[in-house]
Design a binder for this molecule. Sequence first.
Ligand SMILES: Nc1ncnc2c1ncn2[C@@H]1O[C@H](COP(=O)(O)OP(=O)(O)OP(=O)(O)O)[C@@H](O)[C@H]1O
Length: 451
Amino acid sequence: MSQSSPFFNRWLSQIGPDQVITILTDLVDAGAVFAVDAGGKILFWSKGAEKLFGLSAEAVIGKVCTEALNCDEGRDPCGLAEHGVIKDQLVKLRRPDGNTLNCYRTARAFFAADGQFAGALEFLQPRAATAPSAKSLTDSDSFHGILSRDPTMQEAIKIIRNVAETEATVLIRGESGTGKELVAQALHQESSRSNKPFLAINCAALTPSLLESELFGHVKGAFTGAMRNHAGLFQRANGGTLFLDEVAELPLELQAKLLRVLQEQSFIPVGADAAISVDVRIIAATHRSLREEVKAGRFREDLMYRLRVVPVFLPPLRERRQDVNLLLWQCIQQHNQHGPRHVDSIAPEAMRRLLDYRWPGNVRELKNVVEYAFAVGRGNEITLDDLPPEFREPAAAHRTDLPLFTGNRRVNEADSIREALQTAGGHLETAADLLGMSRATFWRKRKKYGL
Ligand SMILES: Nc1ncnc2c1ncn2[C@@H]1O[C@H](COP(=O)(O)OP(=O)(O)OP(=O)(O)O)[C@@H](O)[C@H]1O
């Protein structure tokens, strides 16, 4: 039985019970408090409930809890009228983003003077997320290392399986870190070229002249510093696959040269006078719309049609949130296998922030976050303190749709790069210029921070 003094009762009557309830429930915002009436209609929904369920008060108040919360139990609020009290019952909470959270549920029913069920007050406390079995992570969800349960990703995988045996040129579209190179590798592995080379180049990371030399090679004396013949990627990938990442950044003059390889399967190395014939399958990738680039006059239309014979789209991680859980545990398992620390659970608050995060750097950023957590944390649970600063800021839980960086505050290099990218609307060259960095350095750093 709880105790209170007469002063407390007076204080209560001054403040008003509704205020007191709000204050109390805000104090326990790591858990969810809500109240339902006799028909199961939601009457009260705490801030903690908003965070835990991922549902706003406006979305649920006045609705019947079984429907609003997508709950399987269709009876009076889960047998409460019958039992009166439920204590520490383990329940699975299904969030609208597809993820589930294990919670302890404590609830208490209220009865009217005539003994009729009048409603209930419930408290849900998240339990630390524990590691799923290794088998459940690898068997059905992975395709050449691509882990996903998202329907759009499954569609992409289906296309890859189907086109692998053909010679069709594939264009993969997706934000940085969504797995474009991984998908290109999977396609190569599934194809009859799998025992030949798979080579990759990032068209945004080199200056036009270096890129030309890297792609097509050069002969001795072609330019100052060309001391010997150099075989380009097309030559070295002969019989195999060449992955052209960020193909939209290819300068116009090289686009013409690439078109020729696609049409004639031959090219002339820099400074040479004879063409070399090759048999290379091209897989290209971009985070931009090539159509838009064509409209803006930055990309050749004929090349676009050549490249996007089979387009494949990889959605950003924030649009396939059920994959966050899957990928987190996969990364944790990998670290468990290769390092001294063994993690088998994630603290509730840390898990909630991870699930709510916007993931601008997609899977690459997620991998970096797990690496960070393993490096700075101790023990077998990942806690909020083990996550990078952006997860620990108080506003982090509600940041999913907010820009990641506001104002001109430059806290560290990663933030400067993030801010420059936002200012430049994702245009790498402009962003690199803003920071006075070369394109290659900017590219490297962007990758390093998973941005
Ligand atoms: N679905 C996935 N399952 C497992 N690992 C993934 C998945 N998607 C991406 N990764 C991993 O995330 C990292 C980034 O992936 P990748 O390099 O393929 O992305 P990208 O889209 O090519 O990025 P960028 O355009 O910046 O080069 C890699 O370590 C990759 O193995």
